[in-house]
Design a protein around this ligand. Structure first.
Ligand code: AMP
Length: 397
């Protein structure tokens, strides 16, 4: 991999794409700064070499040009504190101010550009916009794994203007290495845990994993489509009616390939989608009308945990229930505990997919007890499905 370790940044201006798309509360305080912290080693390496850093990122999904709500200015103070220096800010990512501030940047200094998505050209992959951005620096570094599946200007198109000076940052490199390790060199048994709301989001990944894993565990909202497809009653639980045939096909494919596919045997049901709902446990496929399944049941927890704890490689993507509500977090927490046990007691390598699984593991305070928590949700899914990510390809080309 072409990483920043292969370049000495002394007296160079590095244009670094980071993913600072962090969640903010109503007062614009950062509620989870993991993605920012994850990019610090790359920034530090460039500064330590004697280079300067021009950071570019998006924040949220602004639709019609600049708005205060989506300004990266909100994160400037935190970034300065994290780096222990005063980060400069350009109120526009291209244009006179950006050009002037970039050219006046001294070694050891950091400049943050305003939200790239204030220009619709960014998401459109506009080459002229890419050329303008590229003028700000003389080396291009991509450290934004969370957006590596997008063929946007800052994540891919811009790389063509740095044919001999483009590198992966440390975060990108470790994300790709960890995903490759799981996909290509898993120690066995290899168990994939799939959860979350929809089967349709994860079909491609499940199909791909059937060629790789020894066990596949399916929980969360998507499990009810499987239960219904097998003739069970699921009340008002989540259902993707048009995916039932596919669910049966996946079960058959797992059988054909000798993969153990585990589905919940019992489930926690509620009379409404509410933390204070009445709840009880029933067998899978035996949910009364007007009740909905919001978590896996206690027999299922034991079944899943036993398989997970005996694994040497674990990939987890998607919660087992509505873990955001305390009443329905038990299954997800128990699975997280089993992943931690596999890692600590069985020496397993555990990779936690980004998005909601990362949010769950953070909620339970177990981030440091697993092998790796990815910062990419969609990007990791697509990489693992076998797609070439535009952000990775642009550096490799
Ligand atoms: P995903 O983004 O597909 O990984 O889905 C994550 C979301 O699925 C989380 O917000 C969970 O609350 C939700 N979820 C998990 N299990 C269920 C369930 N049984 N019913 C409804 N939503 C669920």
């Amino acid at each position: 991999m072409k990483t920043i370790d292969q370049f000495n940044f002394a007296n160079h201006k590095a244009l670094v794409r980071v993913d600072f798309n962090v969640p903010l509360d109503k007062s614009f305080n950062i509620t989870d700064d993991k993605r920012m912290r994850a990019a610090l080693p790359t920034i530090q390496k460039i500064l330590n070499d004697g280079g300067s850093v021009i950071l570019m990122s998006h924040l949220g999904r602004p639709k019609n040009g600049p708005t205060g709500e989506f300004s990266l200015k909100h994160i400037l103070g935190d970034l300065s504190r994290m780096l222990d220096l005063e980060v400069k800010f350009a109120h526009d990512c291209i244009g006179e101010d950006a050009v002037k501030q970039a050219s006046n940047l001294f070694p050891g200094e950091v400049l943050l550009l305003e939200n790239l998505r204030f220009y619709k050209e960014e998401e459109k992959g506009d080459v002229a916009f890419a050329e303008k951005l590229s003028r700000l620096g003389d080396v291009y570094v991509n450290d934004a794994f969370g957006t590596a599946h997008r063929a946007h200007v800052s994540t891919a198109v811009i790389a063509q203007f740095f044919p001999k000076a483009k590198y992966f940052g440390y975060l990108m490199a470790s994300e790709v290495e960890n995903a490759d390790k799981v996909l290509n060199h898993p120690e066995r048994p290899f168990t994939a845990i799939m959860g979350g709301a929809k089967v349709s989001d994860k079909i491609l990944l499940i199909e791909k994993l059937l060629d790789k894993v020894d066990n596949i565990i399916i929980g969360g909202g998507m499990a009810y489509t499987f239960a219904r497809a097998q003739g069970g009653e699921i009340g008002t639980s989540l259902l993707e009616a048009d995916k039932q045939d596919l669910a049966l096909e996946l079960i058959q494919k797992a059988k054909d390939k000798g993969v153990q596919l585990l589905l919940p045997v019992d489930t926690v049901i509620a009379d409404k989608f509410d933390n204070n709902a009445d709840k009880k446990e029933v067998a899978s496929g035996k949910i009364p009308a007007d009740w909905m399944g919001l978590d896996i049941g206690s027999k299922t927890i034991k079944l899943f945990a036993d398989v997970i704890k005996n694994s040497k490689t674990v990939l987890w993507n998607g919660p087992m229930g509505v873990f955001e509500m305390e009443s329905f977090e038990i299954g997800t927490k128990a699975v997280a505990e089993a992943v931690v046990a596999a890692t600590k007691d069985n020496g397993a390598f555990s990779l936690i997919g980004g998005g909601d699984s990362a949010a769950a593991i953070a909620k339970f305070g177990m981030e440091n007890d697993v092998s790796y928590v990815s910062t990419g949700g969609g990007a990791l899914l697509e990489y693992m499905e076998g797609k070439e990510l535009p952000g990775v390809k642009a550096i490799n080309d």
